[in-house]
Ligand binder design. Structure first.
Ligand code: ADP
Ligand code: GN1
Ligand code: MG
Length: 365
């Protein structure tokens, strides 16, 4: 069914005349559109998103988290030049709400468009990796003193790797699409590696690593880099901000920035972990977090890259087995291709574990 964008946008407090809306970005979850309004003769862009309520079942709590995080960010940025490029800004609806729910039940939100900056799906420069990790590290320290109650868990057990494995086991046993036979090697990989799943949660349960407020989706295309300076100016995609472990955020940076290949690359020879990227990420994250990480958290940074890459690989193969119900797919076998790159990267990280530990020693002495 085609969307009447003019009608949806008429509920938001935006000046001028609607010109166009087009699909934007490469996120796997929400429907994102770049929209243009004519304001006094100038084209002004906004980001319009339909929240994926199949994934985020409670949009009220979700938007409550985001509003609180953004209010806190704005307070910390107050007085800084360019504050509206350094944190997302929600455009309210005409009746003062943070999102609009249409007659079909779809939930829509609008952000100011951050101009003269962009996201990358694959990184080429170690400086960008450093910048991005520094931004996510300082984002985590920014969240440390958010006032009020504990944030809502927008997706319960989001980074609970054992629970992701339990979902995989169920999907494999059911094999509803008859696809298990085409993923034999990947299924074997899961079985071989599954013992790493509880490591971080066990450390947390023993009190050896703390709960923090984390972003939980620090995929490299969830931070905007300034076109001119290359500085990571704005952390975006705030839907999964909730209590977590700092290593989830570092691990996902390793997953999405160390390989020179796309997440869905078919030629696995192109997928491997670049140690200069790992080093840049570790340096940036340590600096950004501003000394708030504990020795145990720092020690586990190399491991976290393997764990999160494994976990997302497990989620991709689970979705493949279940018939591509969660992640957006563009081709046959897309989720299996994604799973394969993840497992190849896990192995490459494992092969270079000693090197990663040496890098950490160098950075922390
Ligand atoms: P998803 O949850 O589907 O990944 P995102 O919130 O990450 O959705 O948005 C998808 C893409 O849209 C981002 O990777 C980024 O390129 C672009 N984007 C999102 N918000 C903005 C913004 N405020 N200004 C400019 N581009 C944005
Ligand atoms: C999804 O929304 P996006 O594309 O930034 C997913 C992440 C996965 C990632 C894999 C809410 O992230 O958890 O790691 O795809 N987001 C959600 O690329 O499930
Ligand atoms: Mg995203």
């Amino acid at each position: 069914m085609s969307t009447d964008f003019n009608a949806v946008l008429s509920h938001f407090d935006i000046l001028g005349d609607f010109i166009l809306a087009e699909r934007y970005g490469s996120g796997h979850i929400n429907d994102t559109y770049m929209v243009i309004f004519n304001q006094a003769g100038h084209p002004v862009r906004y980001i319009l998103q339909r929240i994926n309520t199949n994934v985020f079942k409670d949009p009220v709590s979700l938007m409550d988290n985001i509003s609180r995080v953004l209010a806190h960010s704005k307070e910390k940025l107050s007085g800084l030049k360019d504050a509206t490029r350094r944190a997302l800004t929600l455009v309210k609806t005409l009746d003062g709400k943070m999102y609009y729910q249409d007659a079909e039940g779809s939930c829509w939100r609008v952000y100011l468009f951050i101009e003269r900056a962009r996201t990358y799906d694959v990184l080429e420069s170690a400086n960008y990796a450093y910048q991005a990790a520094k931004a996510f590290g300082s984002f985590q320290s920014l969240l440390a003193d958010i006032p009020g109650e504990r944030l809502h868990e927008t997706i319960p057990n989001f980074h609970n790797t054992p629970s992701r494995l339990a979902d995989f086991d169920k999907a494999l046993a059911a094999d509803v699409c008859g696809r298990a036979a085409s993923a034999k090697a990947e299924i074997e990989f899961v079985q071989k590696w599954r013992s790493i799943a509880p490591v971080l949660l066990d450390l947390q349960a023993k009190g050896e690593i703390p709960e923090r407020i984390t972003h939980n989706d620090t995929k490299i295309n969830n931070v905007m880099l300034d076109d001119e300076s290359g500085e990571a100016i704005c952390v975006i995609d705030l839907d999964t901000i909730m209590p977590g472990i700092s290593l989830y955020d570092f691990g996902d940076l390793v997953r999405t920035s160390t390989s020179p290949a796309a997440e869905d690359e078919k030629n696995l020879d192109k997928v491997y972990a670049r140690m200069e990227m790992f080093e840049a990420l570790a340096k940036g994250f340590l600096e950004g977090a501003g000394g708030c990480l504990t020795p145990k958290e720092i020690e586990m940074m190399p491991f976290s890259g393997m764990l999160i890459t494994f976990e997302i690989g497990v989620r991709f193969i689970t979705d493949y087995l279940e018939g591509d119900k969660y992640f957006k797919v563009k081709r046959e076998g897309h989720n299996l291709d994604r799973c394969r790159t993840q497992f190849k990267l896990v192995q490459s990280l494992k092969d270079q574990e000693a090197e990663m530990n040496k890098i950490m020693e160098r950075l922390t002495k």
